[in-house]
Design a protein around this ligand. Structure first.
Ligand code: ZN
Length: 88
């Protein structure tokens, strides 16, 4: 759980798997049945560190200013057209 906190930013994905497992939400520490409403949170976007979290916990954390997303932390890179036009 400590490792989960060590990230500059997080990616949030819809939870896709439907296997009957029970996870522990890294945000509230409570149990999370896989079939309940939840999302995947990837510290630094790393899939190997993904955690299943309650959707409500993610929404609350975002509202509280925690759980920064990549676009909150890193300036948006110019799109392909901007890069193309800049090249001499
Ligand atoms: Zn939770």
């Amino acid at each position: 759980m400590d490792d989960f906190r060590k990230a500059r930013w997080y990616a949030v994905r819809p939870a896709g798997n439907r296997k009957p497992a029970t996870y522990r939400c890294p945000l509230c520490g409570d149990l999370l049945p896989a079939l309940s409403d939840h999302v995947l949170v990837l510290p630094d976007g790393d899939p190997s560190r993904r955690r299943h979290a309650h959707t409500n916990c993610v929404v609350s954390a975002r509202r509280a200013g925690r759980l920064p997303l990549r676009e909150d932390v890193e300036p948006r890179r110019p799109g392909p057209l901007a890069r193309l036009l800049r090249r001499k």
